[in-house]
Structure formats: C-alpha cells, structure tokens
Design a protein around this ligand. Structure first.
Ligand SMILES: [Zn+2]
Length: 179
C-alpha cells in the first residue's frame, strides 16, 4: 500500500511522539522478563513489578488496580485497569468490570478529598479510532477538572505542564486509599 506523503508524515510524527512518551516507562521497567504477559503491554507489565510506587500504582484490588497516568490530561488523572489483558468492556469478566466501577468510585472520592476538583471526566477510549493510546488493554480514565482549566480535552498524548509534580500527587493520593 502506498500512503500519501501527508499520511506518512502523520504516522511518523505519532510514532516518534509515542516513543518519547514511553521512553521513561521503558527505562524504568527494562529487565523484568515474564513469559506469561503479552509483550509490550504496559498495563500487564506494571502490576507484575514488585514496587508499586515506582509503577505509580496507587491501589490494588482483587481483579483491577488504580494507577496514575504519567502523561496526564490534568493533575490527578488516574486510570483504573483490570489485570486481564482484554481490549473491550464486553470482553472483561463481569466481576472485574464491577470492580472497575467500585475502584472508580473509590478513586473519585479520594481525588475529591485530596484535590477538591470542581468536576470529573470519567470514561474509556476503546480502539485507536476513539483515541485509546493503548488499545489492547481496557482502562478507565478518571480526570479531575477545575473551572478554568480548559474546555478542550486532548485525545492523543498532548501532555500539559503540571502544577504539581507526579510524585507529590502520588504521595498525596496514596494516603487516601485503603492500605
Ligand atoms: Zn495487557
């Protein structure tokens, strides 16, 4: 297939952008082989690590976990992720889907308490066409919003400057989750 030059340029830009985005993760998680997990799936790899703070995992449930998005749309942007490597909501086990909702409720409470946002965006992007950065492993986004932060929510990885460092936010939020 021959792509028009514009399409090639766009593809190249996205690939380069994604490489930059994922570089810190790679550096942090290189050297932990695990034959069980699908190669290259960060949502499978992160909970397989021993060190939750290093993985920015805030809380582990039985079938799903809560982590910070390292390239957040907004400060306090969390993700609720099933341990199962499934791509869509119908594909995830009912118990895991229910726990994702429970953990989303818990996460919203924790963020509300700790950061006092004025609103939330909560949702799942499924498929590249819908803006999923990682489209092979389902995840729920929870994004706190403040009046005046902006009305435009970028779909692709357009990282903003965060007013608080990720580690500070991690420490702040982790206190709110049950031990
Ligand atoms: Zn996965």
């Amino acid at each position: 297939m021959v792509l028009p030059p514009q399409a090639l340029a766009l593809t190249r830009t996205r690939l380069v952008h994604r490489d930059i985005i994922w570089a810190p993760w790679r550096m942090r998680y290189v050297g932990t082989p695990d034959e069980e997990r699908p190669p290259g799936c960060v949502f499978c790899e992160l909970p397989a690590q021993e060190d939750d703070p290093a993985a920015y995992i805030l809380h582990r449930g039985r079938l799903a976990y809560v982590m910070m998005n390292l390239h957040p749309y907004n400060n306090g942007h969390l993700m609720i992720v099933p341990y199962s490597h499934v791509a869509s909501l119908p594909a995830v086990e009912a118990d895991a889907a229910a726990e994702m909702i429970e953990l989303t409720r818990l996460s919203q409470q924790v963020v509300q308490e700790a950061m006092r946002p004025h609103g939330f965006n909560i949702g799942m992007n499924q498929g590249r066409a819908a803006g999923a950065g990682i489209d092979q492993h389902l995840h729920m986004h929870l994004v706190p919003r403040w009046v005046g932060d902006t009305n435009f929510m970028p779909v692709l990885g357009d990282t903003r400057v965060m007013p608080q460092h990720l580690d500070e936010t991690f420490d702040l939020l982790r206190k709110g989750f049950p031990g």
